[in-house]
Design a protein around this ligand. Structure first.
Ligand code: ZN
Length: 255
């Protein structure tokens, strides 16, 4: 039985309709054809694809320099990019992710600058560069051209924006944790146990709208740094002890 609140099932209809056209072994071919059509031959750029499963491999797909570009003698030696991902089942989500990571690989391969600037920051521009190409897989014309089948635009857009919404939610969650690293990631938000308002240590808000008069404390848990938890034992608060970002903990997403 599928319940109306089954977010992932409802938003993955496009994948269910297309998955027979996107087996795992077809991902690289479709990805390479698309990039060749865009003018970026991934083979000529010598992009390395590390896609086979192995123990302890990162569950997170990402792209980075394998070799940085530099001048050797008097000749420019281009950077070499490596895409890391594991796609045992194929499908539309995997294809989107692989195209996205390959977009990063094209970006990395194109960097031509002095050693001091030979880096690849994770900025909004960087992600947008990869999304411009990878979101194409949700277009009907793209699907017809590279998969030989298509689904209605509304079905594809639901799939695309269903994932975008999760990214937005995680970004808000990360902002909250960055503003208050001592907060319990499993409990922050309106359903938190009692928190003490920053402006009035004697008042307590127990979820829902805050009764405090201070504007600063009205929205507790929502990007408000001055709302410490009333529980004295800060050791109980779930810090990210591994040092990994919450993005990495999320798993199944890209870097
Ligand atoms: Zn990315």
């Amino acid at each position: 039985m599928v319940e109306p609140w089954d977010y992932r099932y409802l938003n993955s209809s496009a994948n269910r309709q297309l998955e027979s056209k996107i087996p795992a072994q077809s991902l690289l071919g479709a990805n390479e054809r698309f990039h060749r059509d865009l003018g970026a031959d991934l083979g000529k750029l010598a992009v390395v694809f590390d896609l086979d499963p192995r123990p302890d491999k990162s569950p997170l797909a990402y792209t980075d320099f394998l070799k940085r570009g530099r001048v050797v003698g008097s000749r420019w030696q281009s950077p070499v990019a490596r895409v890391v991902g594991t796609y045992p089942t194929g499908g539309l989500y995997s294809l989107n992710e692989l195209v996205h990571e390959s977009g990063h690989a094209v970006h990395v391969s194109a960097i031509h600058t002095r050693p001091a600037y030979m880096d690849w920051p994770d900025t909004l521009f960087t992600e947008a560069f990869a999304d411009v190409s990878s979101w194409s897989v949700y277009e009907r014309a793209w699907q017809q051209r590279y998969l030989g089948a298509e689904v209605p635009a509304a079905t594809s857009l639901r799939s695309l924006f269903g994932d975008v919404m999760l990214d937005v939610s995680w970004a808000l969650f990360e902002l909250r944790m960055l503003r208050n690293p001592g907060a319990d990631p499993m409990r922050s938000g309106p359903t938190s146990p009692a928190v003490t308002c920053a402006s009035s240590r004697t008042r307590k808000c127990r979820g829902g709208p805050c009764a405090c008069s201070s504007r600063q404390s009205r929205v507790h848990g929502e990007l408000r740094p001055l709302v410490p938890c009333s529980r004295g034992d800060t050791r109980a608060h779930g810090r990210n002890r591994s040092g990994r970002s919450m993005r990495a903990i999320r798993g199944g997403t890209d870097g």
